[in-house]
Write a protein that binds this ligand. Structure first.
Ligand code: AHR
Length: 627
């Protein structure tokens, strides 16, 4: 490659080029980034997932059962756990909770709370213990304030003196059976949090949020994905049931086969955006269930109003109905929403015709009437006819070669309709015998992103960067995976209950490199051709750096590069960062880190030329230091 980069003539880029997509899939919210450690904390259930005692165990011979008391903690949480001491085998009795496949214990404060109803004179003991050795890592006494007449909340802090050797630990809550009048106590909303990201109450798991922040993301698309839509009526994502005190959130059957607590609710998503400095891209439910009916046109009004209420809740002044509701929950300051996506993948599943015919136009005009500056994103790559000025959402799940073929896809798009690449991932290895991705069988799915796939994704993303005057941004999906239970592979970050064992995939490393070298304008490049090296060049007006990003996909030999930037003189220094891996099939997994990153300092020779070689399968950034 012998490249010359011009000093002007490119395009200003989108400020949101690299972002995040999140929905609760793969226990990525509950049991994942939502830092709650107690599983099934409030016995939430419904016809799809009836309430259960999942994750609880008896201690000291108690009998645990579910009760729908005449006086529940709230109408949202009608079911609680009765702990009966009649058959107890010891004085100290109670229950345990396994957490989400264990509880990581570190030397830090854990803040907890539980609600109890019943007559008990004595103290409760809360603790974190090993499942294997029964060793106690932390314990705290809580003097009972319980009453047979009402639910009373009890708070406690657990402070382990040292970290546990593994996450095979459980939470215990016990009490002295002789202090109980009436042979049983009722419990619900049992909660335990480690310190959260930026110490947000009810906040995010630190290790995962930090791994996301390292990507330097600029937006968060939420709450779905399929999980926005719900499988069947009536279980769409009701924003108004995800707000307020936890005791007022009923939860819902998520689309991915498990109950969502909705502890990670609408306000928490906005806090996530605030804390990681992300632009929210809010998807609203638009009358289409994943496998259920399409809402007829004459019944759509109620759902349009539902979306408008959601926007008023977030953005309205405190003199509006829903702005006042927000303020009453403790958030008088409005949030700002600039991007709203109408539904999710409305080109799939039979909703296509109604989407073009009335759902997208009706939502668009109703939202635009109140918020004329709102960017509306249609949740399909094509809509015919496209309402004026609407943006579109392009999703791509495919094979490495397909991604590389799409390097120039956006060169030919209609630029009057900006594109969000709301989901993408290489999900299968190349397969010469099949024309398209095998959606019917999981057999060929990658377990983790592979290096070939990550390089191919980089090629695709560099093609998007070349067009980032109208590409709003791109977000890998799914973002997170709990390795103990998941519905979709591969994922960008995988984790367990042990925060020291997170897997940052090959694609995470590729994205960390690209996302931390943002160009504010692209610059025309002459002298080269695309393939096997694919590239984009530009300038960052905040750092004064010229940048060349290159992905080399399946070259037969290392690629020599010679590049000069107009206006950059001899002697100027640059840093070349190159990512490689031992082979295209290699992948990062638990305890196995294959991506290698090297930094080399290079000085421009006469004529301001930088010379270097790029490995056959690699992703690299040359950053020419400007200031
Ligand atoms: O990312 C997993 C799923 O893929 C999303 O929920 C959906 O939008 C897409 O089909």
């Amino acid at each position: 490659l012998d490249l010359t980069v011009a000093s002007s003539g490119g395009n200003a880029t989108s400020p949101l080029q690299y972002g995040l997509m999140f929905e609760d899939i793969n226990f990525s919210g509950d049991g994942g980034i939502y830092a709650e450690l107690i599983r099934n904390r409030a016995f939430q259930g419904n016809t799809v997932h009836p309430s259960s005692l999942l994750a609880y165990g008896s201690v000291g011979g108690t009998t645990l059962s579910l009760k729908n008391l005449s006086q529940p903690i709230s109408s949202a949480l009608p079911t609680s756990m009765n702990v009966a001491t009649g058959n107890a085998t010891s004085d100290e009795v109670g229950f345990s909770n396994t957490g989400y496949w264990g509880i990581g214990v570190e030397k830090q404060d854990y803040t907890g709370s539980f609600w109890v109803k019943g007559a008990y004179d004595g103290s409760f003991t809360t603790s974190l213990k090993s499942d294997f050795t029964n060793e106690t890592f932390a314990t705290a006494q809580v003097v009972s304030a319980s009453s047979p007449d009402e639910w009373v909340q009890h708070n406690f802090t657990l402070t382990p003196a040292s970290a546990a050797p593994s996450s095979n630990n459980s939470f215990y809550l016990t009490f002295d059976k002789s202090g109980v009048s009436g042979d049983s106590l009722d419990f619900t909303l049992i909660s335990l949090f480690p310190p959260t990201y930026k110490n947000r109450p009810n906040g995010l798991r630190k290790d995962i949020a930090e791994a996301l922040k390292e990507l330097n993301p600029k937006f968060l698309r939420f709450p779905g994905g399929n999980n926005l839509e719900g499988d069947d009526p009536p279980y769409l994502w009701y924003w108004n049931e995800t707000i307020g005190p936890l005791k007022d959130r009923p939860g819902r059957p998520g689309t991915w086969g498990y109950q969502n607590t909705d502890g990670l609710g609408l306000i928490e998503y906005l806090h996530w955006c605030e804390d990681l400095e992300l632009e929210p891209i809010l998807a609203v439910w638009d009358g289409f269930y994943l496998s259920g009916p399409v809402t007829p046109q004459d019944e759509l009004g109620v759902w349009i109003q539902f979306a408008l209420d959601e926007l008023e809740f977030l953005m309205g002044s405190t003199s509006t109905t829903y702005g006042a509701l927000r303020a009453s929950l403790g958030y008088p300051e409005p949030f700002q929403i600039n991007y709203v996506e109408i539904g999710n993948e409305d080109n799939l599943g039979g909703g296509n015709a109604s989407y073009s015919a009335y759902r997208l136009p009706m939502f668009t005009s109703a939202i635009k009437a109140v918020y004329p500056d709102m960017t509306i994103i249609g949740s399909t790559p094509t809509v015919d006819p496209i309402p004026e000025h609407i943006s579109l959402d392009y999703h791509e799940y495919s094979r490495p070669d397909n991604f590389v073929e799409e390097f120039n896809l956006f060169d030919h798009y209609n630029r009057s309709h900006p594109i969000l690449i709301g989901e993408y991932a290489v999900i299968e290895p190349n397969n010469a015998t099949m024309a398209s991705v095998d959606w019917t069988s999981g057999a060929t799915r990658l377990a983790f992103p592979s290096w070939t796939g990550s390089v191919a994704e980089a090629v695709f993303l560099l093609g998007a960067e070349r067009n980032s005057d109208f590409i709003i941004g791109a977000s890998y999906a799914p973002t997170l995976q709990n390795l103990n239970s998941y519905q979709w592979t591969p994922d960008m970050i995988s984790f367990t209950a042990d925060p020291t064992k997170d897997v940052l995939s090959t694609s995470w490393h590729m994205l960390q490199l690209l996302g931390n070298h943002i160009m504010t304008e692209t610059l025309p490049v002459s002298g080269g051709k695309f393939g096997p090296a694919y590239y984009v060049a530009g300038y960052n007006n905040q750092t004064g750096s010229h940048i060349l990003k290159t992905a080399v996909y399946k070259a037969t030999a290392d690629v020599p590069v010679s590049v000069s930037f107009k206006g950059v003189t001899a002697g100027t220094t640059a840093t070349l960062t190159v990512l490689t891996a031992p082979s295209g099939d290699s992948y990062n997994a638990v305890g196995a880190q294959v991506v290698q990153s090297t930094n080399t300092s290079i000085k421009a020779s006469a004529g301001g030329v930088f010379k270097f070689e790029l490995p056959k399968l690699s992703v690299s950034v040359l950053e020419v230091h400007g200031r």
